[in-house]
Ligand binder design. Sequence first.
Ligand SMILES: [Zn+2]
Length: 108
Amino acid sequence: MNLDEVRTKLLALRKELTARHERIDKHIHHRDEPRAQDSEERAGESSNDETMELLDANALEELQQIDHALARIDLGTYGQCEKCKDPIPEERLEFLPYTSQCVSCTVD
Ligand SMILES: [Zn+2]
């Protein structure tokens, strides 16, 4: 496994997620625009905000995992399951480069 490639991949993903987070954050907190007066429209807007907040929470969680994976590359423990210490299969890391557990430990 080429750790430089993994790091590049993680950093690209990190950049993408940071941009997404900033976009969502702006959408949620940008309150300069006049609010819709119609109550039905307002209801629609707030449920949209909830969806955005959920998306934002997901992006932040992934960002944390990415930072963790980057730290693990530096520590030399990347690719090793944090729970059972078994190597995580490369196909899994290919698909989920920021995972820190093997499939069986994630299921537990
Ligand atoms: Zn494991």
